[in-house]
Design a protein around this ligand. Structure first.
Ligand code: SF4
Length: 400
């Protein structure tokens, strides 16, 4: 399993696979051809179909140091990954270098033919069950696994991640106006936050707060602001909403919040290892579904839940999002994405709550649900995997 540093990336939205990954690939490619006078980038698959709305062309153009021609080729089939892009470096009219990259989700990139596993393995575990076995054998909490296998700077890194998440929530709550793009979507976080009626039931008020925090991050993401992938840009609102809400309510120590982030991170890297966190590969269950599992596990860690309860909470959170499709309207990470993050944050809290009561009766393991999610994702029609060719993206005709 890879490092949590590969999971939590601080960067600009709106899409880890469509902006962060391609921008990273562009930087890497450009560094190999300092003599190039121009570049050509061809986007395929989901990058071609939703790259405009996701600002892929802007991301690669800004990342390359010379003039860039960006081509969209949605027709090409038989791609090694739904998010494939080709780079060419030119000196005058002469092509002096080519490289194909795959943007495999969460901002992670591979060169074509490159094996992901070998170079990046940090944890010697194949699945979540092996992580839990390690915890039992060493009588330790999940975050200790992270401290045992990552480098010495991981605690500070996770602190920085939380600080960034908090800053994003605050920026999002303060912002107003329309999000970029042709849909004319208004920001709603500020309104949600400021209009909670005094007479509202405490439980209803708190749900509203969680939603406001999720909207705040997801709206920042949609507007190209700085967010933390958790596990992706599109799903970046879920974990911060839950942490910001519970952190504010209970005043958890920094050490406890970092432990929660570490625990959530182990859930995320397990999914990356055994399935996918890419909407283009496995639908929104892979993005928001995984984010919900991560957040549910984080909640459990905050409240010192047992390992079994933590695993069960992550399992519940993903199980009930199996089959969730990715159909962003107009290719923008706005509808249904922003609202979906808010609903998922509430679901994470509910999953953790259920797990703490029912963990003695569970029948399904988290690893089973991760495998099922991936198989389901592969069975999903490509129309529901970040192509904006099906679902809401197709049905949406605007509202009056
Ligand atoms: S529908 Fe889900 S997977 Fe698709 S872009 Fe939106 S958040 Fe990402």
């Amino acid at each position: 399993m890879e490092s949590l540093r590969e999971l939590y990336k601080i960067g600009r939205g709106p899409s880890s696979s469509h902006t962060m990954g391609p921008a990273r690939a562009a930087h890497e490619f450009a560094a190999s051809y300092p003599q190039a006078t121009s570049f050509r980038v061809t986007l395929y698959g989901s990058l071609a179909l939703t790259g405009k709305g996701h600002l892929t062309d802007v991301a690669v153009t800004e990342a390359l140091p010379r003039p860039v021609e960006v081509l969209f080729d949605p027709e090409k089939k038989e791609l090694p990954h739904p998010n494939t892009l080709d780079f060419e470096a030119k000196e005058g009219d002469l092509v002096i270098g080519r490289q194909r990259y795959l943007s495999i989700g969460g901002g992670t990139i591979l060169k074509e033919g490159e094996k992901r596993q070998a170079a990046e393995t940090i944890y010697p575990f194949r699945n979540f069950d092996e992580i839990l076995t390690y915890c039992r054998e060493h009588n330790c909490a999940p975050e200790q696994v992270v401290y045992d296998f990552e480098d010495g700077g991981i605690y500070d890194f996770l602190r920085e991640v939380y600080a960034s998440m908090t800053a994003t929530v605050k920026r999002g709550l303060a912002a107003s106006g329309k999000l970029p793009g042709s849909l004319g979507v208004e920001r709603k976080a500020k309104t949600l936050f400021e209009t909670i009626p005094e007479e509202e039931e405490p439980a209803a008020r708190e749900k509203r707060l969680v939603c406001a925090f999720a909207f705040a991050t997801s709206e920042e993401n949609a507007s190209g602001g700085t967010i933390v992938t958790a596990p992706t840009c599109g799903a970046s609102g879920v974990l911060p909403a839950v942490l910001h809400y519970l952190g504010g309510k209970y005043g958890f120590s920094e050490r406890r919040i970092v432990a929660a982030l570490a625990t959530a991170g182990l859930v995320g890297v397990t999914v990356k290892q055994n399935a996918s966190v890419s909407g283009a590969e496995a639908g929104c269950q892979a993005e928001v579904g995984t984010a919900t599992s991560m957040a549910a596990a984080a909640v459990c860690r905050l409240f010192n839940a047992s390992l079994v309860e933590t695993e069960y909470a992550a399992e519940i959170a993903l199980e009930h999002q199996l089959g969730l499709t990715c159909d962003p309207v107009g290719g923008y990470v706005q509808i249904p994405c922003i609202e979906r993050n808010a609903v998922a944050a509430l679901r994470a809290l509910a999953s953790a709550d259920l797990a703490r009561v029912l963990s003695g009766t569970r029948k399904i393991s988290f690893d089973t649900v991760v495998r099922t999610m991936y198989e389901t994702g592969k069975d999903l029609s490509a129309r529901y995997r970040e192509t904006s060719e099906g679902g809401l993206a197709l049905s949406y005709k605007g509202c009056t």
